[in-house]
Design a binder for this molecule. Structure first.
Ligand code: NAD
Ligand code: UFG
Length: 336
C-alpha cells in the first residue's frame, strides 16, 4: 500500500533531500512550506530529480485552516515536521518569533493531526538539546538542557511530544536528533542555500571556495580538542534523509515511537573541515583565527548505536563525499 506523507518545510535543505529519498522508497508526498527560507524553484528541481510532479501548498504551518484543508484533501498516513526557524544567533534577538514558529507551529500541527486522526509524526530535533555535553560520545539518555532560545524550542517540543505520547497511546513520534548536516544531493540540483552571510561552518567555507567571501573566521583555536578548534559530528544530508525513511517505516509498521541521534559518531575539527574542502575544490582556502563565538562548545559528537539498533540506521558517506557534493552544488549554482 502506498502511504502519503505530509512534509512541513519540505522545500528546505533537509526537507528537500528527504523528499527525494521518500519518493525513491515509494511514498507519495505533500509539501507544505511558506518559503521563508527556501526558493520556490526547489520544487522544479525535485520534479527533475524524481521525474514526477510535486504536490505542494504554499503557506504557514501555524495556519490551522490550511492544515485542515490539506488533511481533508489528502489521506495522510504520517507527517514529517521540518518547518522551523533555525538560526541560533537570531533566536536570541527574536525569541517570540522562534517560540511562536517552532513551538506554536508544532502545537497547531498536532491539533490538526488529532482532528484528522493522524497519529504519526517524525520530528526534527537537534543535538542542541544536549547543551554542553558532560560526556562524549553523546548518548540519547544524556541530560538535556539549552543555552539559547532555538535550543529551548527544540527541547520544549520534545517534551510536548513526550506528554502527548504518555497521555494517549495512539500517538507515535520519531524524534530525530540531528548532529551537523552538510553536503548536497549528487545531482547538484538541491543543497543548502542560505540567504546572506552563512551562520554555519560548511556553507561559509563553500562561499570562501567560490570566492563570494574572502576568508573564513575560525572561532577559537584554544579549545580542549586535538588542534584547538571546535569538533562536530558532520553527517551527509542524504544519509540523514534516509534516516527519516527508516523512522517513518518504523512508525507506520509498528507504531513504536523512538528518540535517536542521527550522527556518524566521528568528530572533525574546523581545521580538518577546511583541509577536506580544499581537497574537494582543488585550491587553498583563506582563514584567520578569530575569538570564540558566544555559546559555542568545544566538541559534540554522537553515539549513533541506538539509531542502528532501533532503525537499522548507519551513515555511509564520508567527509570527502560531504565536501565533494557541497562543492558540486555550490559551483553549479554559481554557474547558473
Ligand atoms: P531550512 O530552513 O532549510 O528548512 C526549513 C523549511 O521550513 C524552509 O523551507 C522554510 O521556508 C520552512 N518554514 C519555516 N517556517 C515555516 C512556517 N512557519 N510554515 C511553513 N514553512 C516554514 O532548515 P533545515 O536545515 O532544512 O532544517 C529543517 C529542520 O531541522 C528544522 O526544524 C531545524 O530546526 C532542524 N535542524 C536543522 C539542523 C541543521 O543544522 N540544518 C540541525 C538540527 C536540527
Ligand atoms: N565555525 C567557525 N566559523 C564559522 C562558523 C562556524 O569557526 O564561520 C565553527 C564553530 O565555532 C563550531 C563549528 O564551526 O566549532 C560548527 O559550527 P556550526 O555553526 O556549523 O554548527 P554548530 O555545531 O554550532 O550548530 C549547528 C546548528 C544548530 C544545531 C547544531 C547541532 O547551527 O542549529 O548544529 O545539530 F543545533
Amino acid at each position: 500500500m502506498t502511504h502519503k506523507i505530509l512534509l512541513t518545510g519540505g522545500a528546505g535543505y533537509i526537507g528537500s533531500h528527504t523528499y527525494v529519498e521518500l519518493a525513491a522508497a515509494g511514498y507519495e508526498i505533500v509539501i507544505l512550506d511558506n518559503f521563508s527560507n527556501a526558493r520556490p524553484d526547489v520544487l522544479d528541481r525535485l520534479e527533475i530529480i524524481t521525474d514526477a510532479p510535486v504536490t505542494s501548498y504554499r503557506g504557514d504551518v501555524r495556519d490551522r485552516a490550511l492544515l485542515d484543508t490539506i488533511f481533508a484533501e489528502h489521506e495522510i498516513a504520517a507527517v514529517v515536521h521540518f518547518a522551523a526557524l533555525k538560526a541560533v544567533g537570531e533566536s536570541g534577538r527574536m525569541p517570540l518569533e522562534y517560540i511562536q514558529t517552532n513551538v506554536g507551529g508544532l502545537l497547531t500541527l498536532l491539533e490538526a493531526m488529532m482532528a484528522a486522526s493522524v497519529w504519526r509524526l517524525v520530528f526534527s530535533s537537534s543535538a542542541t538539546v544536549y547543551g554542553d555535553p558532560e560526556k562524549l560520545p553523546i548518548r540519547e539518555d544524556a541530560q538535556r538542557s539549552y543555552t539559547n532560545t532555538y535550543a529551548f524550542t527544540k527541547l520544549a517540543s520534545e517534551q510536548i511530544l513526550e506528554q502527548l505520547a504518555a497521555a494517549d497511546a495512539r500517538w507515535a513520534f520519531g524524534t530525530l536528533r540531528y548532529f551537523n548536516p552538510v553536503g548536497a544531493h549528487d545531482s547538484g540540483l538541491i543543497g543548502e542555500d542560505p540567504n546572506g552571510i552563512p551562520n554555519n561552518l560548511m556553507p561559509f567555507i563553500a562561499k570562501v571556495a567560490t570566492g563570494e567571501l574572502e576568508k573564513l573566521s575560525i572561532f577559537g583555536d584554544d579549545y580542549n580538542t586535538p588542534d584547538g578548534t571546535g569538533v562536530r559530528d558532520y553527517i551527509h544530508v542524504v544519509d540523514l534523509a534516509k534516516g527519516h525513511v527508516q523512522s517513518l517505516g518504523k512508525l507506520i509498521e509498528t507504531g513504536a515511537g523512538h528518540t535517536v541521534n542521527l550522527g556518524t559518531g566521528t568528530g572533525y575539527s574546523v581545521l580538518e573541515m577546511v583541509r577536506a574542502y580544499e581537497r574537494a575544490c582543488g585550491h587553498e582556502l583563506a582563514y584567520q583565527i578569530a575569538p570564540r563565538r558566544d555559546g559555542d562548545i568545544a566538541a559534540c559528537y554522537a553515539d549513533p548505536r541506538l539509531a542502528g539498533e532501533v532503525l537499522g540506521f548507519e551513515a555511509h558517506r564520508d567527509l570527502d563525499d560531504m565536501c565533494r557534493t557541497s562543492w558540486n552544488w555550490v559551483s553549479r549554482r554559481r554557474n547558473g
